[in-house]
Design a protein around this ligand. Structure first.
Ligand SMILES: [Zn+2]
Length: 150
C-alpha cells in the first residue's frame, strides 16, 4: 500500500478531491463492482463500511478509467484481516493495513515457510506461499503467533 499511495501522489501531487473520489466510485459501481465482489469476496457493502477514499487510495486509482485495473494488477487489495478497518495488499503484506503491519513479524512467518518447503523442490514454494497467505488471512491464532511483543 505504501508504494501504491506514493504512486498516485507522484502523479497528482495532491490528495484527491471528494468529487474525484466520488466519480471514481460511481464508475467502479457501474462497471466493476459485480465482478469484483465475485472474485475478491468483498464488495460495495464492506467498502462503504471502511471508506470509499481508503479503497480508492489503496488501489492507486486517480482517474475513473483506472477502476478496471484490479483485473490485471499484480497486487490484490483486500480488507485487513486484523482490524477490518482498512485495506492492505495481499501479496506484499499479507493483507495487513499500514497500521497493523508493523505489529507483525512477517519475516519470521515467511522464514518458517521457507524452512518447511523442501529445498530440493523449489517449485512447491509458490503453492506454499499461497497457502500461507490464506491461513494468515483466515486464522487469527496463526496471526497471533507472529505478533510482535511491544
Ligand atoms: Zn488493519
Amino acid at each position: 500500500m505504501r508504494k501504491l499511495r506514493k504512486f498516485w501522489e507522484t502523479k497528482t501531487g495532491t490528495r484527491l478531491s471528494k468529487t474525484v473520489v466520488n466519480s471514481i466510485w460511481v464508475a467502479f459501481l457501474k462497471t466493476e463492482a459485480a465482478e469484483f465482489t465475485k472474485q475478491m469476496g468483498y464488495g460495495p457493502k464492506e467498502i462503504h463500511k471502511i471508506g470509499i477514499r481508503k479503497f480508492v487510495d489503496a488501489n492507486g486509482w486517480f482517474l475513473t478509467q483506472h477502476v478496471s485495473r484490479w483485473r490485471t494488477d499484480a497486487w490484490r487489495v483486500v480488507v485487513c484481516p486484523e482490524c477490518g478497518k482498512d485495506f492492505g495488499i495481499l501479496s506484499d503484506d499479507m493483507g495487513l493495513c499500514p497500521k497493523c503491519l508493523p505489529r507483525f513479524d512477517l519475516n519470521k512467518y515467511f522464514g518458517e515457510i521457507h524452512k518447511i518447503v523442501d529445498e530440493d523442490k523449489p517449485e512447491l514454494m509458490g503453492a506454499a506461499i499461497g497457502k500461507a497467505m490464506v491461513v494468515f488471512m483466515g486464522d487469527p491464532e496463526t496471526r497471533a503467533r507472529y505478533r510482535k511483543i511491544s
